[in-house]
Design a protein around this ligand. Structure first.
Ligand code: HEC
Length: 121
């Protein structure tokens, strides 16, 4: 019985070690998202222009949400719905409406900007 448990333990350790190695290869440092130089002009505005402004502009203001200028975006940054809608975290209607969730790095950049106090930079 003792031998059996010992064998099982060794087996278990080697399996988890293996899984760990494979994991490293399959997902090599998935955390390389650079959020150091996030600005409104160079980061946030292009993200919104590419994914959101088609439905959220002065001419076509879906849901009463206008994301075409800093002043208008700041409203939604402040109430948490800009990030919440992109993160699909249940705090706002998931966006982009009818489309795929944006990639994690893009969403992290938005979060960083909002957490920084959504500066007009
Ligand atoms: C295809 C059109 C469309 C696109 C693209 C789109 N939205 Fe929306 N959005 C809507 C509509 C319609 C509503 C109002 C109805 C609803 O909440 O689902 C809305 C509502 C919202 C709201 C308010 C949600 C709430 O819970 O009060 C926010 C914030 C928002 N959108 C942000 C975004 C952001 C950020 C993007 C880009 C990542 C985006 N939207 C892309 C159509 C769109």
């Amino acid at each position: 019985m003792k031998k059996y448990i010992f064998g099982l333990t060794v087996c278990f350790i080697s399996i988890s070690a293996c899984n760990y190695d494979i994991g490293e290869k399959l997902y090599p440092k998935a955390t390389t998202c650079d959020t150091t130089n996030v600005t409104f002009k160079n980061t946030i505005q292009p993200i919104l222009a590419n994914n959101c402004v088609s439905c959220h502009s002065t001419g076509f203001t879906q849901g009463g949400v206008n994301l075409d200028s800093y002043t208008n975006v700041a409203i939604w940054a402040k109430n948490g719905k800009l990030y919440g809608s992109m993160a699909h975290n249940g705090t706002a209607s998931p966006m982009p409406k009818g489309g795929n969730k944006l990639d994690d790095c893009t969403i992290q950049k938005v979060k960083k900007w909002v957490d920084n106090g959504y500066p007009n930079n």
